[in-house]
Design a protein. Structure first.
Length: 433
């Protein structure tokens, strides 16, 4: 009975998350699902709290602080405009450098925030150039989702996979990093060449045109930006070296404290800005994660996750490299139609169970395959990742509707090519293990 309840709550929550526009925000849906897990007796309150990965929550909170401070300082507009200025606002190079910049920023900054600013910038750039902004917007979204797969903090699924299964910032940089960057370049270049003929008809736009549209390279708060970047640099350095620092100093430094410590120090250092920024931190996403951990914890406790793992390992021939390829493509296809955050959390527990059942299958490679699949597969549709939804709705607000058919037409082939590149990367890593 408990197993049935756990599955029912998980499915119901997933449906409500998928139809958020129906009126229930996703964080409320997740918390309601977690509440049902407790009131129905699947989990008691202590068990529910034990299933929450507080390391994940601390890491996310620390990065959210930096994102809020950088947004207030005008960092994202500054970077985007500085990059555009470097290529003299010429249409063809802009189509490559803007999406690539979005992708590189997304390796350390939440892709939702990156796309919030870049979508507006791309819209105004393309309007001034008198070209269709949709291809460049979709290229930027796909690049950000793919670039986010390169690091522990680049995309929420990576945060979940890394902190739940014990992999740190450097692990992701060295393993998913090169593959993700190759996949990102594949996506951007394909979309560029598909639109190259239209771009050649429009030479460039001037900085004066952009200033008339409310865009400039001026930094809103230069002091705030400098102090925040110092804090973010310290956080990234600790995320890279925290195991070494932990061993050398005797201090217990986790991924959470490596991000949260510098974030809290930065809040104090920036003074009044810090007090105002506390109200702008994405608390709803943190509550969403708490609810998901409890819901998936119910599946873990009742044995659902173990049964899924047993079913996967019992598939004829599904061992070794074939299993890794299946995990990559399964994650990619499913994340194209559902939110990739709960998918990543469920997969983290499945990976842990598969590793316990068959230790011969390398745990790290299962993590890299799943990470690349759920992050990049989110490119397929407008709802595959939160960044997609942000860009899609922002374009609608600006008066330019993309539509599902147009999104899929632009994103499908480059995403498949990127996943093919990832498949080759995973197979090579398996062969060289």
């Amino acid at each position: 009975m408990e197993q049935f309840l756990a599955i029912a709550v998980f499915i119901a929550t997933y449906i409500f998350i998928g139809v958020e526009k129906a009126g229930i925000p996703r964080h409320i849906a997740a918390l309601l699902g977690a509440g049902f897990m407790v009131v129905t007796g699947v989990l008691d309150l202590g068990e529910a709290m034990d299933f929450v990965s507080w390391d994940t929550m601390g890491l996310l909170l620390g990065m959210f602080v930096f994102v809020a401070l950088l947004s207030k300082a005008g960092f994202f507009e500054y970077i985007a405009m500085a990059v555009a200025e470097k290529v003299k606002f010429k249409a063809s190079p802009l189509f490559i450098v803007i999406p690539m910049t979005a992708g590189l920023l997304a390796t350390v900054i939440d892709s939702i925030t990156v796309l919030l600013f870049f979508t507006v910038l791309v819209f105004h750039l393309c309007s001034a150039l008198e070209i269709d902004p949709i291809p460049m917007v979709i290229a930027s979204v796909c690049a950000a989702n793919t670039g986010g797969a390169a690091t522990l903090v680049g995309d929420p699924p990576n945060v979940i996979l890394g902190t739940t299964l014990g992999f740190d910032f450097l692990d992701f940089v060295l393993n998913t990093g090169p593959i993700a960057l190759l996949a990102m370049a594949t996506i951007v270049l394909y979309i560029y060449y598909r639109n190259a003929k239209a771009l050649k008809k429009h030479a460039m736009v001037t900085a004066e045109d952009l200033r008339a549209r409310g865009l400039s390279k001026a930094i809103k708060e230069p002091v705030l930006m400098k102090k925040t970047l110092v804090g973010l640099t310290l956080a990234v350095a600790l995320l890279i070296a925290h195991k070494w620092v932990d061993g050398a100093s005797g201090l217990h430094i986790t991924s959470a404290s490596a991000a949260l410590g510098p974030a809290l120090l930065t809040l104090v250092w920036v003074g009044e800005w810090g007090r105002h920024t506390l109200h702008e931190i994405d608390i709803e996403s943190l509550l969403f994660f708490v609810g998901l951990f409890v819901i998936v914890g119910g599946l873990e406790k009742t044995g659902v996750i173990s049964e899924i793992a047993m079913a996967i390992t019992s598939i004829p021939g599904a061992g070794g490299v074939l299993l890794l390829v299946l995990m990559l493509w399964f994650g990619a296809i499913v994340s194209g139609v559902v939110d990739n955050v709960p998918l990543a959390l469920a997969m983290a527990y499945v990976i842990k169970s598969i590793s316990a059942i068959n230790p011969a299958i390398p745990l790290p490679l299962m993590v890299w395959a799943t990470s690349l699949g759920v992050d990049i597969g989110g490119n397929f549709t407008p709802v595959g990742a939160s960044a997609n939804v942000v860009a899609y709705s922002t374009m609608e607000r600006l008066g330019k509707t993309i539509g599902w058919r147009r999104w899929i037409a632009e994103a499908m082939v480059p995403t498949l090519l990127a996943l093919a590149a990832c498949t080759v990367g995973i197979v090579v890593k398996y062969a060289l293990r």
